[in-house]
Design a protein around this ligand. Structure first.
Ligand code: SIN
Length: 282
């Protein structure tokens, strides 16, 4: 096994592994590389859904997939599997997020215990577009000036449960654009990573975010200031997908986004998520 850092702000490619056949020492190496690099790319994999689930479970118990915009869970008999796709079948999308941009976000951080890991496997990809970017939230926290670090110590942030990263309203939710009234979960704005012990900024997503006990205008201004530190190419890395890519990311200390792509082309990705814990305050 060879671990090749991407040269970007996070991420490494793991070469020389077939994820269907990983022994305990190989898995320990992958787990450590994941803590060190935050995002791992495995190219050239040939996984069935069942094999994707078996590999994902090496990291812990899996979450059930969130409910799709149409109200369905995705794959009959495999409730852990979430489909990200623009493909339509019998007039209905087979998956979520369409073909537009998906904004920077952390998966399912509107829940009390967001997943610790996400694994996304590429089955069909468009000829261009649809790249997925990741950003290192340890680096974002470390880049904040001391004044800002002191300002946000002990502050909690509401992670919105109204909209998904494609801008679609989640199933069963009444749309609102008042961050104070929106459904969601409060988490510490600065968290300690439960496995590495490092501090990270835990922003979740920008839309409908709200800083507890602040005036809305004050919350918006402080959030805008914090988000301005995420606009750093040197903290990021993008995967240009190939069929057979499996990308594993740490959903606690990274955010991700997706570029749009031609809606007439097909993109089909299968995703699993590993259960996490309530994000610990720093
Ligand atoms: C996601 O946000 O989980 C999906 C990202 C992608 O479509 O590449």
């Amino acid at each position: 096994m060879e671990i090749l850092p991407t040269g970007g702000g996070l991420g490494a490619q793991v070469c020389g592994v077939d994820l269907r056949h990983i022994g305990d020492s190989g898995f320990a190496e992958i787990r450590q590389a994941w803590f060190d690099n935050l995002v791992l790319l495995f190219r050239g994999q040939t996984l069935t859904d069942a094999e994707l689930i078996v590999f994902s479970k090496r990291f812990g118990a899996l979450d059930l997939a969130p409910i799709q915009e149409t109200g369905r869970r995705f794959v009959d008999g495999l409730p852990e599997l979430y489909v990200v796709s623009n493909v339509m079948k019998n007039g209905e999308p087979i998956g979520s997020l369409g073909s537009g941009d998906a904004v920077w976000h952390t998966d399912m951080s509107y829940l009390p215990e967001p997943p610790k890991a996400s694994l996304l496997y590429a089955l069909e990809i468009p000829p261009t577009g649809g790249d997925t970017g990741f950003i290192n939230m340890y680096s974002v926290y470390e880049a904040l000036p001391d004044r800002l670090k002191q300002r946000i110590a002990g502050v909690r942030i509401k992670h919105d449960g109204t909209y998904n990263s494609g801008g679609y309203v989640r199933q069963g939710v009444t749309a609102t654009d008042d961050p104070r009234a929106a459904p969601g979960e409060y988490h510490p704005l600065v968290c300690t990573h439960p496995d590495t012990g490092r501090r990270m900024l835990y922003l979740g997503r920008r839309r409908n975010a709200y800083l507890e006990n602040l005036d809305l205008a004050e919350s918006e201004a402080l959030l805008d200031e914090l988000w301005s530190y995420c606009d750093r190419d040197d903290f990021a890395w993008y995967n240009r997908w190939k069929v057979g890519d499996l990308v594993l990311w740490d959903n606690r200390c990274t955010m991700h986004r997706r570029d749009s792509f031609d809606p007439n082309s097909r993109r089909v990705m299968h995703r699993t998520q590993v259960k996490g814990v309530s994000p610990p305050a720093a």
